[in-house]
Design a protein around this ligand. Structure first.
Ligand SMILES: [Zn+2]
Length: 215
């Protein structure tokens, strides 16, 4: 798949999802000449992130800069705890952005995290094939996508990463020290990159699910 000259948008629920889910891929796309923007529309509701929201946003901007991506923080963020009741508003905002891009990276709709599901649903609605033809791809967020009863993330797009992509993904993750938890430390991410790499016979990889694609 050729991403050259494509406008790429990554729609996330929380700062750090971009790094965990597709930090290596974003870095490799930028390295090869693509422009990647990362859109944040929700304001996190966790105690840690609520109290340190501005610091969290600073970490997000730093991580984006390490990955070579452009952070897009919507002017009026929707609080995560009322996002479901404001789903129409979320859709309206996300559609405004998605229509300006060719490729959309976002959460898997079967993810365990409710906010991840909401964002994914909004992207599904905003990229209806009858209106426009956008490539849509899902990424996996360790400690969330893999925590349901069943395996619901079925990858069909495999990205081999170079040493420099891996190095920058881990460096970006280090910006989120306050968010480190089981499955989401730089060491855990490295382990996952190696496991995914082994599965396709290379050193490091990130896996994705293509949801929509057009010729
Ligand atoms: Zn998240």
């Amino acid at each position: 798949m050729d991403f050259k000259n494509k406008k790429i948008l990554c729609v996330i629920s929380h700062p750090d999802d971009e790094t965990i889910g597709c930090g290596g891929f974003i870095h490799s796309l930028v390295r090869k000449g693509s422009v990647v923007s990362i859109l944040l529309v929700l304001k996190s509701n966790g105690n840690r992130s609520k109290e340190n929201w501005n610091k969290y946003l600073t970490s997000f901007k730093k991580a984006c800069s390490i990955l070579g991506a452009i952070p897009l923080i919507h002017d009026e963020l929707i609080c995560e705890d009322i996002a479901e009741q404001n789903f129409w508003k979320l859709n309206t905002i996300i559609e405004k952005y998605t229509k300006q891009y060719d490729v959309i990276l976002t959460h898997c709709p079967f993810d365990l995290h409710q906010s991840h599901k909401l964002n994914s649903k909004s992207v599904e609605i905003s990229t209806r094939p009858i209106r426009d033809h956008k490539t849509v791809m899902f990424f996996e967020v360790s400690s969330s996508t893999d925590q349901g009863y069943f395996k619901n993330f079925h990858p069909n797009f495999f990205v081999e990463l170079s040493e420099i992509d891996v190095k920058n993904k881990l460096k970006a993750m280090k910006c989120y020290k306050n968010e480190f938890d089981f499955g989401r430390t730089p060491e855990d991410l490295l382990l996952n990159l190696k496991v995914r790499g082994k599965q396709i016979g290379v050193k490091y990889a990130e896996f994705f699910r293509i949801a929509r694609i057009y010729s």
